[in-house]
Ligand binder design. Sequence first.
Ligand SMILES: O=C(O)CCC(=O)C(=O)O
Ligand SMILES: [Fe+2]
Length: 384
Amino acid sequence: MVAITAPNPMEQIPLMRCPKANAGQQGSAIPCVDLSAPGAAAAVAAACRSVGFFRAINHGVPACVTDALEARAMAFFALPTQVKLDMSGAARPLGYGSKNIGSNGDVGWLEYLLLSLSSNTVKIASLPPPLRTALEDYTAAVREVGGRVLELIAEGLGLDDRGLLRAMVVGREGSDELVRVNHYPPCTLPAPGDCGVTGFGEHTDPQIISLLRSNCTAGLQIKLRDGRWAPVPPDPESFFVNVGDSLQVLTNGRFRSVKHRVVAPEGAQSRLSVIYFGGPAPAQRIAPLPQVMRDGEQSLYREFTWGEYKSAAYKTRLADHRLGPFELRGNRPPPSEQPAATASGADPQRCLHQQQQHLYQCHHLHAAAAAAAGGSGVLAEQPS
Ligand SMILES: O=C(O)CCC(=O)C(=O)O
Ligand SMILES: [Fe+2]
């Protein structure tokens, strides 16, 4: 008789080949934009064209708002698994999830909460009230940053209506705003050589934009246009902005959604990240904006609504090229354009200095937190 044992989900978590750390290269690959600087619109557009990703500083979100959510979220993830499930329901796709991302076989070394927000109210009634309040305060603040970035994008694209993109997401009845809180405990799985354990597999975000904030623990990587993966140094005081697939379509490929992924933490510290996903209302038509199209330029995509794209995306694996089925392959890409401006909107020296300061602070915070945290071991107690 042959004994068949069910595969252990822990063993299914894939490994990824990690880029060698090179602090100099990392810093320079990721544009930094000072949202309050006069050249911000040009800098945002240049970053969205070249990388599809940037670090935003001077965003106006008070540290007490981000710190409060970080503390409440860490307290939530430290609870026993069954309590977390009882409070938020199993992710389908909203709710509490562990290891399984979506329902198509993607797995990673993380647990998470995925929540929908309408009228800035977290819809899950049974979440602990302090966590709910922290999430709502956080989202109210980050939504404003998202709105500002969308205005800067409109300006950088030269749109007459600077509020056009913002109005698709912010303050729009029925817009599809999600918040995801990801917790990556220190990883205990062995990974050989230059490999790491997958925390969150490579993907692009399907929405218009996403804004990510993390604690001091590294792990996020983005794929550069030349195919190299660049680690994103963590910076709890900044937001990291992703171009999503929908913005790629709205700009007819002038901006491209950035592939990104997370490698599970190898040290003693958990990574905690919070991502605001700015999506429009399900009925919103996603097609190249007429104002960005040159004379005679053809759309690279067949027309679709956000609702249609979202449900198609939910049926795919993370790494799938989700825009593929919507591409009109016979159509030519837009004539290549110079970036709207090369100005960064932020003094690179100042950014570098800020980043060095943050890394210094992170180092000290880590040292202080190390004894207290000690890893929650949460993943080990998940039902498989
Ligand atoms: O947790 C992170 O740092 C990134 C996760 C991510 O890309 C996502 O949830 O879409
Ligand atoms: Fe993402």
